[in-house]
Design a protein. Sequence first.
Length: 244
Amino acid sequence: MDCQHEINWSMRQTLVDWMAQVHLRYHLLPETLWIAVNIVDRFLSKRVVSLVKLQLVGVTAMFIAAKYEEILAPSVEEFVFMTEKGYTREEILKGERIVLQTLEFKVSHYCSPYSWMRKISRADDYDVQTRTLSKFLTELTLLDHRFLRVKPSMVAAIGMYTARRMLGGNWGEAFVYYSGFTEEHLLPGHAMLVQKLVEVNPDRQCICKKYAHKKFLKASAFAVDWARRHYEEDGNMEGMVLEE
């Protein structure tokens, strides 16, 4: 972001949250969002983007990621609609060429935290509560630029570790084995994630609203409540369970 003149980290967060809305609107695969955000971050590290073109970068990244990951990807016209016709079909298609050329057509090399989470979930036989909560926590890291420095395997482990702590579980040998990280490795990232939960506005962030639904066991409401009480009561919330 140092090379950007008009864009800051707060604007990136707003863009990613909007991308999450588009992702949810079209019921896209989890990997599509991760790939799209990765495309945005890599592009912003290589090209200076004006504020008026930032959303164009985001929608173009979603368009590219969806074409790569989805069996039936939304059409370019549908992405135009999601920008409320702020950009034309031609602008998105031109943006696609520019983004792909800038990134040297490297789209598939990124392995998202979701892939690593599946592996770590073997440690508790894919427990539904832990897995649902860790999905939310891991997805929330997309809004926090500090996690850009953290490799995807560790992001997944931090999400899973935090979910385990919130649900009163431990980080036993099986979790260390499947994740490759000890508790000591994960504590700094856990602290960052809890801090983000305390700061986030659950009524405004799309990711929080998505995971507030019963379908996702109201994971975001549980996690935000735990984090705030954890800060206030020194961790006395451990051992609670997600709402069924």
